[in-house]
Design a protein around this ligand. Structure first.
Ligand code: ATR
Length: 281
């Protein structure tokens, strides 16, 4: 788009490392598709420096900020205001302007539930859920599942204390679970790094295949590889599979909408994510 000099709005992601972030191609594809005079760049910001990035956002009038590791908690402490979700999670993945204030959002959990509904056609209401993991991504998913009406959210994690804290986010429907809960669950979500390429657990599944069955939705937040060992097992057991790209796209779509107030072009963003993942792998 041809635009007057100086009118382009800039959004950015801060992280460390940030070089392989998929957010720039996803957001830039969306800006282009809607012919918006916006651009999106990645800034490598060292640990402990996130508050300076927020000052820069104010000074440079950045239109939006995405926040990734290791800055989500620091930004939560530095924004003018938090949404209820970001406050409960103590983590911000998106900063947007609202009436001159910088508001910290967390779009991860909402993005996960939106991708589940969009890609499987299933609702979360009254569903029994098992979440594997209790890190940042797991906590966002646990909160969102409970807010979407899950009847039970069982949290399984290698480190029990973290499972206790994460399960509490789901309120009365949250509890620390055990492996035996997987077979009886309607929705199983892997939010651990088990099975991720390039880690010591590459090629491994966090649960035994026999625990999975048709009728279940089995989701993996990992998208490298796309067909994780867990999803391959789920496929063989005829469960409904949900890969990690959907959450990536939907959490980005929510950010895009907060910044631009335009409906996000989901298909375009999905295709851009697919191309970027292919290029990275
Ligand atoms: P993210 O931001 O992606 O959620 P994280 O906060 O580092 O990443 O969380 C990683 C999750 O994967 C944690 O639940 C972690 O378990 P611990 O809390 O016990 O550390 C889990 N995890 C990582 N490696 C694991 C492994 N080899 N076996 C089981 N769980 C593992």
């Amino acid at each position: 788009m041809q635009s007057p000099i100086g009118s382009t709005r800039t959004a950015a992601v801060i992280g460390n490392p940030v070089r392989h972030s998929l957010s720039p191609p996803i957001h830039n594809a969306a800006f282009q598709a809607l012919d918006l005079d916006w651009t999106y760049v990645a800034f490598d910001v060292g640990p402990g420096q996130a508050h300076k990035a927020l000052d820069a956002m104010r000074t440079l009038h950045l239109g939006g900020l995405s926040v990734t590791m290791p800055h989500k908690a620091d930004i939560a402490a530095a924004v003018d205001r938090l949404t209820p979700e970001a406050s409960l999670l103590g983590a911000v993945n998106c900063v947007a302007w609202e009436q001159g204030e910088l508001v910290g959002h967390n779009t991860d959990g909402g993005g996960f539930v939106a991708s589940l509904v969009a890609e499987t056609g299933r609702s979360v209401r009254d569903q029994r859920c098992v979440v594997l993991g209790a890190g940042g991504a797991a906590r966002a998913v646990i909160l969102a599942l409970s807010q979407a009406g899950a009847s039970d959210v069982a949290v399984l994690n290698r480190t029990t204390e973290k499972a206790v804290a994460a399960a509490a986010l789901a309120g009365p429907v949250g509890r620390v679970g055990k492996l035996g809960d997987v077979a009886g669950a309607d929705i199983v979500v892997n939010a651990t790094s088990v099975g991720m390429a390039g880690t010591p657990t590459a090629g491994m599944s966090p649960v035994a295949e026999e625990m999975l069955s048709d009728g279940q939705v089995v989701a993996d937040l990992i998208y490298h590889p796309l067909a994780t060992p867990l999803l391959q097992s789920a496929e063989r057991r005829r469960a409904t599979c949900l890969g990690g790209v959907g959450m990536l796209v939907h959490q980005a779509a929510r950010q895009f909408e907060l910044w631009t107030t335009h409906a996000a072009p989901l298909t375009v963003m999905h295709e851009a994510a697919g191309r970027a993942i292919g290029a990275n792998q």
